[in-house]
Design a binder for this molecule. Structure first.
Ligand code: GLY
Length: 352
């Protein structure tokens, strides 16, 4: 076990992020520390990486977006009651972003919050979704309408999961890695330029260095702004348009974020006169890691989706833009301004 990072959001509570090389040994260690341990694992993952620890009660669940509903989590909560999970117990969740979102939410409300350990299984959740305590369920066809910010005690990164990660999960996760470079670390952008997907998939040491960088950037941001009031919003670079594309076109989160970053890059050119080599660089990076940079542009669907953005305060959206490579800024844009940009995006074929 090796420490990667840590962050502290209140005086007495610290979240540690570690790298582990043996999943069952880690689960055993946790179970020895706790009176009772329950482990919730994605059923598909469990076929490849079974949890064999004798002291742990294992619940295998279907994952994917369908787990993120009130109806889907109800039997899980019942099962915690049946197994007499109490405030001295520990919950370990092993899975991707959807599962950690759903279980994070239950962990935060069950008995007003029980100890939680997260082992993210996808690249995207290792570098982003599992860090920082945001969780959520979908409600009334809108994503993450219910949720809390509840920090795990430990986030354990098990790089071996990457060996069996589907290609689409690699590319989706890489969009977030590129995002960290663009908003916070220009050196990371330079390093990424020297690689492509095939090359990094054959270089686990470099891969761990990049994941560590991203995790440390996110830890720093979460520690400074745990409740998403200002700095943490910069992590949403590419996400305003991205979320709309994700739900309207049903594409993977990272792919939608990649496209959203290109749009945000072009808007940054107009709002901040950033260098006109930045967007081409972003596109090159996305191409190198096989993240789509074009889509059939449906103005009506996208504009309609923006209007439903949950972060909208009246007619204003906190839009994350770039000042330069490695530095993000939040600019309040009106819905009308954004709609104008969406028109320009269509005419100038920013991503179509
Ligand atoms: N994924 C953005 C955040 O955690 O704030």
């Amino acid at each position: 076990m090796k420490k990667i990072s840590n962050y502290q959001v209140t005086i007495n509570y610290e979240t540690e992020i570690i790298e582990i090389d043996d999943l069952n040994f880690f689960v055993d260690m946790i179970s020895l520390r706790s009176k009772k341990t329950i482990c919730i694992i994605d059923r598909n993952l469990s076929v490849l990486y079974p949890v064999t620890s004798k002291k742990v009660h294992v619940l295998e669940v279907e994952s994917g977006e369908s787990i993120k509903t009130m109806e889907s989590v109800r039997p899980l909560i019942q099962s915690f009651l049946d197994h007499q999970i109490d405030r001295s117990s520990t919950m370990i969740v092993i899975g991707g972003g959807a599962l950690t979102d759903a279980i994070g939410f239950i962990a935060s409300i069950y008995l007003r919050g029980i100890r939680m350990i997260v082992v993210p299984s996808t690249l995207l959740s290792m570098v982003d979704a599992a860090i920082g305590g945001k969780n959520g369920l979908n409600f009334a066809q809108a994503k993450n309408q219910l949720g809390t910010i509840y920090q795990p005690e430990t986030i354990a990164i098990f790089p071996k999961f990457l060996e069996t990660l589907p290609e689409v999960e690699w590319t989706s996760g890489f969009a977030e890695i590129i995002k960290y470079g663009l908003i916070a670390d220009s050196d990371l952008c330079l390093e990424l330029l020297d690689f492509d997907l095939a090359k990094i998939q054959n270089d686990p040491t470099k891969m761990m260095t990049w994941m560590t960088k991203c995790i440390q950037i996110k830890s720093r941001i979460v520690q400074q702004d745990p409740t998403d009031k200002a700095l943490r919003k910069t992590l949403n670079f590419g996400h305003t348009i991205g979320h709309v594309l994700e739900s309207s076109y049903n594409i993977p989160h990272g792919h939608a974020v990649g496209l959203g970053m290109i749009v945000a890059g072009y808007i940054s050119e107009r709002e901040f006169q950033i260098d006109n080599t930045i967007v081409p660089l972003m596109i090159r990076l996305l191409n190198q890691f096989q993240i789509p940079t074009q889509i059939d542009w449906n103005y009506a669907a996208i504009a309609n989706g923006i209007r439903k953005d949950k972060k909208r305060a009246n007619e204003i959206i906190d839009f994350v833009l770039l000042n330069k490579i490695g530095e993000a800024v939040i600019k309040q844009l009106t819905l009308t301004q954004i709609e104008e940009y969406l028109h320009i995006a269509k005419t100038e074929q920013w991503i179509s």
